[in-house]
Design a protein around this ligand. Structure first.
Ligand code: K1U
Ligand code: ZN
Length: 186
């Protein structure tokens, strides 16, 4: 398994719509395993394919041990008394945070890594993570939801920080001591 480079704001792949997965190939299974490894190394709770430079309609999630592989996911319904506001970040916009209002509870339908279709309902952080990842698959980022003023502030902070990511690439290091990674290996 390997840790993949994370694409950051400015890389057009983050704005490109994704293509549905038609066949679960070994190559895609390897991609899923590598996305999990990358997400854990970056200390995230989710990761979508465009964030590692791929336009496949696929994401992985691990919220407090609740793991989901989201292949061709879609939101089938939103429930609850209404919307909730909470702070979000994004592995593709490091160190930038903002309050985002979203439906409190969502039900999604997706295919898992074994090709089985499933439905899952998420509230709180899990529901928010499902929505954040599905947004990535539609080329949407959390900053798109900020008020014009807060978005402007976030973007000006990013203008100063983005120099740390030449080529819009964020290198993630493994936390495991003594481990040697071959970054280009798949
Ligand atoms: O897709 C991503 O960029 C991953 C992102 C997902 C996400 C963050 C916040 C709300 C919903 C979804 C992250 O994992 S950001 C960093 C993070 O690990 C985190 C954020 C909030 C709570 C706990 C952890
Ligand atoms: Zn994100």
């Amino acid at each position: 398994m390997s840790i993949l480079d994370i694409r950051v704001l400015g890389d057009p792949v983050l704005r490109r719509p994704t293509t549905p997965v038609i066949e679960l190939t070994d190559e895609l299974r390897r991609l899923i395993a590598n996305m999990y490894e990358t997400m854990y190394a970056a200390e995230g709770i989710g990761l979508a394919a465009p964030q590692v430079g791929r336009s496949d309609r696929l994401a992985v999630v691990d919220v407090e041990g609740a793991k989901y592989v989201l292949i061709n996911p879609r939101i089938v319904s939103t429930q609850g008394p209404g919307k909730e506001i909470a702070e979000e970040g994004c592995l593709s916009i490091p160190d930038i945070y903002g309050d985002v209002e979203r439906p409190a509870i969502v039900t999604i339908r997706a295919t898992d890594e074994n090709g089985n279709e499933y439905e899952a309902t998420g509230s709180e952080l899990l529901g928010r993570c499902f929505q954040h990842e599905i947004d990535h698959l539609d080329g949407k980022l959390f900053i798109d939801y900020l008020s014009p003023l807060k978005r402007k502030a976030a973007l000006s902070k990013w203008e100063k920080a983005k120099g740390e990511y030449p080529g819009s690439i964020r290198k993630v290091r493994s936390e495991v001591k003594g481990e040697h990674h071959h970054e280009t290996e798949m």
